[in-house]
Write a protein that binds this ligand. Sequence first.
Ligand code: ZN
Length: 466
Amino acid sequence: MTALGCLAVLAALSGGLGAQERYPVDWGKLEPEIFERFSALLKIDSSNPPGNETRVTEVVEAALQHEGIAVETFALESSRANLVARLKGNGSKRPILIMGHTDVVGVQRDHWSVDPFGAVRKDGLIYSRGANDDKDHVVAGLMVMLLLKRMHVKLDRDVIFLAEAGEEGTTQVGIDYLVGHHWPEIEAEYALAEGGSVIEADGHVHHVLINVTEKVPRGARLIARGPSGHGSRPSPQNPVVHVAAAASKAGTWQTPLRLNDSTRVYFERLAAISPPREAARYRAILDPARSADVDRYFLEHEPGHYTMLRTSVVPTMLQAGFRANVIPSEAEAYLDIRALPDEDLTKFFAELRRLINDPAVEVVPVQNGGRPAAPPSRTDNAMFHALEKVSRVMFHAPVLPGMLAGATDCAQLRAKGVECYGFGPIAADQDGPLGGAHSDDESISVRALEKLVEFLWNAVIEVAAS
Ligand SMILES: [Zn+2]
């Protein structure tokens, strides 16, 4: 017997064979099935509004039930059902929740080069609304459930699969409804959801970004009112002038730079795997004495990093007037504000008012979807270590804990004490997490899709298999 063979026998005798080896999967063979199931989901137009997510959950439900997996659906509105399926473990550990949302954002059809609900496969890519956000996670969750069942995997913890509705701006029918009315059905120690990505540069994986926290979406309306009048007569009370000046001040405000535990570890680890010039920058941002220059550099060249370091304020809409020669009686600007998880918003808005410094402009905070703030998920538990191990084995790459600038349903789960981690498909460096999401010609590569399913499978096996 070879030395390697001896080791294998010894490992088997000592029960040392990992779950990974006991449950091997032939991914090449599964490719047609993954693609077929994915296409079926993509071809359903679940644009939100109105959503019609029930049409998606019906397809998922049929697939699960066909293989003997029981399914429950919960719906605040019958056309917007959420689906929950559970595979039971021996109860020695608390459940893990794997999830994906079934709704997608709408499309501007004439901006697409292909049918946005055609699941067109071309040059190794699959084009469709939802290909990246988030039917990839839905099909990954579905496949993992089917595989666990087919391979009779013995589990230490329940594996719960949630396909949730309404993530794109109507969480009252989705995660809020589930958390509020069906919490026992989805309660878990860990959750895996959208929000991260596998960052590829120059043909190899550079690092794996796992979202452990996210910014809190808020907003503000800047409103000015005054007497309307003729466009030929300048007026100091012109609301257009007041709102434009206020929006300009807010939009050029360099809000204070502040690191938290997640972003600190992120930049430390990023420095460790970056070329010298970049590494020096990522180290300098951690040093208050040297961070200002780098911060300015980020604003110009690395906006994703700039926003990670602060509560961001971005004017996105201006509304005023209806005729070229009329001073309108009202003008309004909208600020998209993405707060750091621990931001004191009362203080922040007071600061914003001080900055605008114009009693004619009213600053009205907007709740904006109501994502709750919560502490970051931990980076020292079994789940995070499992994600690190899987990243090492699959991609030979380290994990960087990230803070997502966007918002996901993880926010609601973290607020309930669930350790929630955002993972995602392979993406090019410049795209970043959720890079291709919401864009025209949204797509995912066949390889990225397969690796996403494989990543979720490995992570679940790692923390849940007996
Ligand atoms: Zn999404």
